[in-house]
Design a protein around this ligand. Structure first.
Ligand code: PLP
Length: 386
């Protein structure tokens, strides 16, 4: 059976060019970048080349890039590191109600440490309103953290407007850019960002590597103490192959992003029309146009998303319902709940996220297979009309 992967928001394969770049660093160029001998110097040089490439992807300076183990760690470091370092200035943080758990769970922890957090609501289309950000600011607000694009519904947030508000009020501004870096242009200067989280495995790099951009001058403290690697912000022997892979992935994304975003937008729109045109009582979650080129999130009445995923998988299509982290739980997705869907509507959701391997013929097959699978489930369903 031909297997079609349409779950690129969860993870992407390592690009062949990325793998080639990484391979020598496992067994030939295996030095520890802290060593003073030639093995160490080779590793250090490779790390610094990768740092420049990651910086170039987001218009940052190389010295503003800190390598981490992934998006989760970058979010933890940004929020906890900025909150702890600036606690004398204030203890209030503003975020949105539909952030990734890597932000929401950190906020819960900070609340236990006597910080207070405002969770902004989002619109039905999944947007955080800049006016709501402005209204939530208090004299003790030290940090605003709003994700660049939502991982479930793909809505791209008005970061530029929010960034300007943050800069005007002299409040640090962090964004979880895990779903956007390498997919759409991200310019940390134009967006007035003080910190941005990136993850390797979402942009055709390896798992277990990520980066945090921290603007020069931002007051942040380390949350992992040790040998003082990464300018003292993130101790731990550097994952050299992973870092090299992330650098090459960033480079590749920069080269191909414009054409790939156009191609994916066309595929996305054609699948959207096929599904919504052929299936009654179906809808699109998220914003109709202000969304990632790769993302579709459908709602279908009278079905369970989990059953649809299994049926699609049996026909060779890999997709998801809810986010990766919550797809094994039966709780309604906090993102779909945040945009105002009733729990029963959340359960009938299907997220398709396209990527480099998807071709036009996959779209035709997916459209037809989704239609047949939804019909079959509705025939068996106890949830609605038969
Ligand atoms: N933030 C967002 C928006 C994500 O989609 C994810 C992963 O799904 C993460 C953070 C966590 O990234 P990582 O898997 O690299 O820890």
């Amino acid at each position: 059976m031909n297997r079609i992967y349409m779950d690129h928001a969860v993870t992407t394969p390592v690009a062949p060019e990325v793998l080639q770049a990484m391979l020598p660093y496992f067994s030939n160029l295996y030095g520890n970048a802290s060593s003073l001998h030639s093995f160490g110097l080779e590793a250090r040089a490779a790390i610094e080349v990768a740092r420049s490439k990651v910086a170039a992807l987001i218009n940052a300076e190389p010295s503003e890039i800190y390598f981490t183990s992934g998006g989760t760690e970058s979010d933890n470091l940004a929020l906890k590191g900025i909150a702890l370092k600036n606690r004398k200035k204030g203890r209030h943080i503003i975020t949105s109600s539909f952030e990734h758990p890597a932000v929401l769970e950190v906020c819960k922890t900070l609340t236990r440490l006597d910080y207070s957090v405002t969770y902004l609501p989002v619109t039905r289309e999944g947007l955080v309103e800049p006016d709501a950000v402005r209204a939530a600011i208090r004299p003790d607000t030290i940090l605003i953290s709003i994700m660049h694009a939502n991982n479930e519904i793909g809505t791209i947030q008005p970061l530029h407007e929010i960034g300007q508000i943050a800069r005007e009020k002299m409040i640090y501004f962090h964004s979880d850019g895990v779903q956007t870096a390498g997919k759409i242009p991200v310019d940390v200067k134009a967006l007035c960002l003080d910190a941005l989280s990136i993850s390797g495995h979402k942009l055709y790099g390896p798992k277990g590597i990520g980066a945090l951009f921290v603007r020069k001058g931002v007051k942040i403290e380390s949350i992992q103490q040790g040998g003082g690697h990464e300018g003292g912000l993130r101790s731990g022997t550097e994952n050299v192959p992973g870092i090299v892979g992330l650098g090459r992935a960033a480079d590749l994304a920069k080269e191909t992003m414009t054409d790939e975003a156009k191609r994916l937008t066309a595929l996305r729109d054609s699948l959207k029309e096929a599904v919504l045109g052929r299936i009654d009582e179906s809808w699109l979650n998220g914003h109709p146009s202000q969304r990632l080129p790769s993302n579709l999130n459908f709602g279908f009445k009278y079905i369970e998303g989990e059953s649809l995923i299994l049926l699609l998988d049996a026909r060779g299509i890999a997709a998801s319902t809810g986010s990766a982290c919550s797809s094994k739980k039966l709780a309604a997705s906090h993102v779909l709940t945040a945009i105002g869907l009733a729990p029963v509507e959340c359960h009938g959701s299907l997220r398709i996220t396209l990527g480099r391997s998807n071709k036009l013929e996959d779209i035709d097959f997916a459209g037809q297979t989704i239609e047949e699978s939804v019909s079959r489930l509705r025939e068996m369903s106890a949830l609605g009309p038969r």
